[in-house]
Ligand binder design. Structure first.
Ligand SMILES: [Zn+2]
Length: 96
């Protein structure tokens, strides 16, 4: 198994890639209903390899979790409920 990088270093909990897309997203308004798993998520990271959009606390492993725990939380809570299709940031770039 791959080592867990230091907290704050991108690692995709979906595919294990360390290739972060050249974009970061901060939501200013909720995209999902208040009872949705993604409701507390406002800081997003994006995987250049698989196109997953990821909660930053999993992609950068905040709160002392390791890569295995981030992967577990991704699979159990966030993956199947994600409102973001793969590579969505390329499909719908903000036009300012
Ligand atoms: Zn990935």
């Amino acid at each position: 198994m791959a080592e867990t990088p230091a907290p704050g270093i991108f690692l995709c909990p979906h595919c294990g890639s360390d290739a972060e897309a050249n974009i970061r997203t901060t939501l200013s308004v909720p995209l999902v209903p208040p009872d949705h798993a993604w409701d507390p998520v406002f800081e997003l990271r994006h995987c250049e390899s698989c196109g997953a959009t990821l909660p930053v606390h999993l992609a950068e492993r905040w709160g002392g979790i390791d890569a295995a725990e981030a992967r577990r939380q991704w699979q159990e809570t966030f993956r199947d409920s994600s409102p973001f299709p793969p590579f969505h940031w390329r499909l719908s770039l903000p036009t300012g």
